[in-house]
Ligand binder design. Structure first.
Ligand code: EPZ
Length: 432
């Protein structure tokens, strides 16, 4: 296993290039299943989640290449319509192959994804959507076994108790593209990643209107061409490195970035006293100043993104006052608290909120990552802590941040990746 060893206290100065978006590229790759022509996807980040999605596409009868940020996908065996538990259970977003398989290959057997530490993460809204489209399906031994041969466009309400669903909207939008007739998705997820997927599908010949809003219209078409699509910058990577500048009182320019799809995040970051300036259409300069407290409540886009609440919690643990961070999307997404408190933070969980009483400094410690964003947030805390921090289980970071330690070292961070063998308790060793 790998860990990051971080020596805190260095101000980060310089430029960080933002990679392509993980949460956009995963459904984009699934969409290449909707044609028998070759697709080219550019600005693809080299992440373990991306490599896993390519494995799933190969299991589904596609030949793939991935070279210097460009992926090609060439479907050659359309009879392969089963996505296995071994692969799907490792990454929830792989459930997004369901819609594409149903729309073009007319049948699918896809493992239900598991939950994860941030929540139960059901797929009931995805299933509500395909059922409304006329798909007959069974839940059989942990798989969705579905027949898409009779799909008919319809009006679908896709809202759940926690609001809209991002990958659910992606799945149903893809399922509807090749259905007979027109589909309307009400309370669709308006995230930029959904808008990007629609843009790519329309470049392949789809007829999608209103993506990026809460109502999407999809007029069914007969077939799609191969795609040639460039992935947009990763919003969450941008937010994470913006906090890196703030928490180290540094001065970072984030290049190949996009300001306008993180408005709620920038507003909150500025409230802490951080200086944020868009210096070009794809460049954002972030300078750390004092760290003032602020209150955050996460909402679906364009509200404050749940994926940015952990990095912000690390920053607010050093604020000169009390902050409250509430997650309305994932009420239990606070595994980070216990680890930050081991570094000297003073945070307590109350229902779906973290009450953060800012401290003057954090102390380096051995800490353990629990999920993608919490592990990134621990690296940020280590950059600011006094002394050395070891962040264990950095495979979480490798899922969604391309070469994080190299990007941070390039702007002055003292961080390196090291191997370690997770020690087992004596009793476990004896039992083994
Ligand atoms: C996407 O996950 C992102 N992942 C998540 O990012 C992000 O946190 C999440 O959207 C919310 O913005 C990708 O895009 C690959 P949802 P998704 O369906 O689509 C509930 C990261 O760190 N819900 O929008 O799986 C659900 O429990 C990851 O990059 C249902 O109840 O999330 C949650 O409370 C983590 N039934 C809320 O809706 C369903 O059928 C939003 O979930 C589906 C979802």
């Amino acid at each position: 296993m790998h860990k990051f060893v971080v020596e805190g206290g260095k101000e980060l100065i310089g430029e960080i290039r933002i990679s392509g978006s993980k949460n956009e590229v995963l459904p984009i790759l699934a969409a290449t299943l909707m044609t028998d022509e070759r697709s080219i996807i550019r600005n693809v980040p080299n992440l373990s989640d991306v490599r896993l999605m390519l494995e799933i596409l190969e299991e589904l009868g596609c030949q793939t290449t991935f070279d210097r940020g460009t992926v090609t996908v060439t479907p050659y065996n359309l009879d392969r319509t089963q996505a296995s538990y071994e692969l799907v259970s490792q990454m929830r977003a792989s459930f997004c192959v369901l819609g594409p398989l149903l729309s073009f290959r007319k049948k699918a057997k896809v493992s239900l994804p598991g939950g994860c530490v941030i929540g139960v993460r059901p797929v009931d809204l995805h299933l509500r959507g395909i059922k409304a489209l006329g798909v007959n399906y069974d839940l059989d031994h942990g798989y969705v076994v579905a027949d898409g041969s009779q799909m008919q466009g319809t009006r679908i309400f896709l809202g759940g108790n926690s609001g809209s669903t991002v990958t659910g909207t992606a799945n149903i939008m893809m399922a509807a593209v090749l259905a007979n007739g027109t589909t309307y998705i009400e309370q669709a997820a308006p995230e930029p990643e959904v808008e990007g997927l629609a843009r790519m599908l329309n470049s392949m010949g789809a007829q999608i209107f209103g993506a990026g809003s809460h109502r999407i219209e999809i007029r069914g078409v007969d077939r799609l061409r191969g795609a040639d699509y460039t992935v947009q910058p990763d919003r969450m990577e941008t937010a994470t490195y913006a906090v890196a500048a703030a928490i180290t009182h540094g001065d970072l320019t984030l290049t190949n970035s996009k300001y306008e799809n993180l408005i709620a995040f920038w507003e909150k970051l500025k409230e802490t006293g951080t200086q944020v300036e868009q210096i070009a259409s794809d460049k954002i300069r972030v300078r750390g100043g004092e760290i003032n407290p602020t209150d955050i409540v996460t909402f679906a886009y364009p509200g404050f993104p749940t994926d940015a609440q952990a990095p912000m919690a690390s920053l607010l643990s050093l604020a000169n006052g009390i902050s409250i961070v509430t997650d309305t999307i994932y009420p239990d997404r606070f595994m980070l608290i216990a680890e930050l408190n081991r570094m000297g933070a003073d945070i307590r969980k109350q229902n779906n909120s973290a009450i953060i009483n800012g401290t003057k400094h954090l102390s380096g410690a051995q800490v353990m990552g629990s999920d993608l964003r919490a592990t990134a947030a621990l690296v940020l805390a280590g950059l600011a802590a006094k002394g050395e921090t070891e962040v264990h289980r950095v495979y979480h970071v490798d899922r969604g941040y391309e070469q994080m330690e190299l990007k941070l070292a390039k702007v002055g961070a003292r961080i390196e990746r090291a191997e370690y063998n997770p020690r087992r308790r004596k009793s476990d060793r004896e039992a083994a």
